[in-house]
Write a protein that binds this ligand. Structure first.
Ligand code: DX5
Ligand code: ZN
Length: 222
């Protein structure tokens, strides 16, 4: 079983105190800081852009895991890379040339993530896997925090784990949406090694962040 990493989604943080919130989740033991970027076009919600990413960068030494839910995506890659992104994840549906997008992210000096919506098949990764460092399986439809986990994605996660192992490449398998203590156990058992958690990290306030993160990391099916 691979080591489990936790990537809190700052979508559930207190935006009025964002720097402190980022520092707090890092002190509480998170591995990545997951930043959800939404444009009100590719997804029905608007969040933050590169300037906010740049503003939070000094508050953490953990990698910034930037999840772009925007279309088009290519014109903004350099802005997010320049603002401090370490991993840039995009949705293949956000442009006509996903292979080119992956190349552009790598050329910008970032690790390449590809995100698969609940109805997007694994075959989308075919012929692109050599450029990919992380696959993000969406276990909700993207756009909002606090949604319920879609169980049909567990089968996809298991199949993806086999695909990654067979590739022999060091590719992270991240899962995003509705990850709580119960679903974390299922997701880990299916083969994920990075869990995104917004509600699951931030619920209860700063005094519980360390406990929440540890509980997700150690979640196991009984
Ligand atoms: C959804 C985002 C997720 C989401 C996670 O579009 O990509 O990162 O905010 O939130 P929870 O953990 O609350 O489902
Ligand atoms: Zn996300």
């Amino acid at each position: 079983m691979p080591e489990v990493k936790i990537a809190p989604s700052i979508l559930s943080a207190d935006f009025a105190r964002l720097g402190e919130e980022v520092a707090a989740i890092c002190d509480a033991g998170c591995d990545y800081v997951h930043v959800d970027v939404m444009d009100g076009h590719f997804v029905p919600n608007i969040t933050i852009g590169p300037d906010v990413l740049k503003a939070i960068k000094p508050y953490t030494s953990r990698p910034l895991d930037v999840h772009l839910m925007i279309a088009p995506v290519d014109p903004y890659i350099n802005a997010f890379a320049g603002a401090g992104a370490d991993i840039i994840t995009f949705h293949p549906e956000s442009g006509p040339h996903p292979h080119r997008t992956a190349q552009a992210i790598r050329a910008a000096g970032c690790r390449v993530g590809v995100s698969l919506n609940p109805a997007t098949p694994l075959a989308t990764l075919d012929h692109m896997l050599d450029l990919v460092d992380l696959v993000l399986v969406m276990s909700v439809n993207p756009g909002f925090g606090g949604q319920s986990f879609i169980s049909s994605q567990l089968e996809k996660i298991s199949e993806l784990r086999q695909l990654i192992d067979a590739s022999g490449r060091d590719i992270e398998l991240e899962v995003d949406g509705g990850v709580n203590r119960e679903t974390a156990a299922q997701v880990i058992a299916a083969g994920a090694n990075v869990l995104v958690a917004g509600t699951g990290t931030f619920k209860g306030g700063p005094s519980l962040y360390a406990e929440n993160i540890a509980a997700l990391r150690e979640a196991r099916q009984t």
